[in-house]
Design a protein around this ligand. Structure first.
Ligand code: ATP
Length: 263
């Protein structure tokens, strides 16, 4: 297998005296959608923050074959890691297009000249944003704001996009539409995605790879094929090995090995 775009080894994070991540080893290959599943409080948000360097950590993070562990959040973003945090965080008084152009400010220097083209690509990917380009972001529905937040992150041309709970507050039909767009993002933007989600059923439909976190540890990880029946995930949540998929569930060593498997 070629080197993954993102790899973490022994990643540990804490808030004050409370340790939340206990030695996370994960890998996200180039061009894939990896879904990060787990119950409330499992550490999904913290893992995304650790990768975008917005919480401090111990352990190693390699992105695009470079060690980014000691980098600031700004340098990590410039290196190509985009982050759409939970809650979207669009500027409600600015128009849709102003929000998107702000996202373009974080572009790598070599791509600044093509910002106009990428704005058009955002509109092609999310036609509803083109229709609403002059409207204040605060007037958009929850699903539209989520698309705007993702579109804004794409304007920085990330190689890896971290998205925290994109389906939060969305009806199932809207979630499905949004997830379909995420597949278009993977295929049309040469961007890999790591998506933290509570909606296991729908997210498994678009995932190439699954990582299950429980209690700040990787409970299971591997290509999506071993997870589609849902049993593996249920057993992983319960901390129990599933007899049909012993390679996909287990302790850290087993999980790490499963990550390295080819699709
Ligand atoms: P959820 O699905 O509920 O968002 P999660 O899997 O994303 O959960 P995290 O938000 O990473 O989990 O939280 C992991 C643990 O860290 C939880 O016990 C949470 O209370 C704690 N935590 C998260 N953010 C902070 C913070 N800023 N300060 C202190 N503790 C925090």
């Amino acid at each position: 297998m070629t080197a993954p775009l993102l790899e973490t080894r022994g990643l540990v994070a804490r808030y004050g005296s409370v340790q939340v991540l206990h030695g996370i080893d994960i890998a996200v290959p180039q061009g894939e959608i990896a879904v990060l599943l787990g119950p409330n409080g499992a550490g999904k948000t913290t893992l995304l923050r650790a990768i975008s360097r917005t919480v401090s950590t111990r352990g190693a993070i390699e992105f695009d074959a470079q060690d980014i562990t000691g980098r600031s959040a700004a340098r990590t973003a410039r290196a190509g890691v985009g982050h759409v945090p939970e809650g979207r965080g669009t500027f409600v008084d600015l128009t849709v297009e102003e929000n998107l152009r702000l996202g373009g400010l974080a572009r790598p220097r070599v791509r600044r000249a093509s910002a106009g083209q990428d704005l058009q690509l955002v509109y092609d990917t999310f036609p509803v944003l083109a229709e609403m380009r002059r409207r204040a972001a605060g007037l958009l529905s929850g699903g539209q704001q989520q698309m705007l937040a993702i579109g804004r992150a794409l304007m920085a041309r990330p190689r890896l996009l971290l998205i925290d709970e994109p389906s939060l507050g969305l009806a199932p039909l809207l979630t499905r539409q949004l997830f379909d767009v995420l597949v278009r993002v993977r295929d049309g933007w040469s961007t890999s995605l790591l998506i933290a989600e509570q909606n296991a059923r729908l997210s498994l439909e678009i995932a190439d790879r699954v990582i299950v976190l429980t209690g700040g540890r990787v409970a299971a990880a591997g290509p999506v094929a071993g997870f589609r029946d849902g049993d593996v995930i249920r057993h992983a949540y319960l901390g129990d090995a599933h007899p049909a998929h012993p390679e996909a569930v287990g302790g850290r060593d087993t999980a790490t090995r499963a990550i390295g498997d080819k699709k």
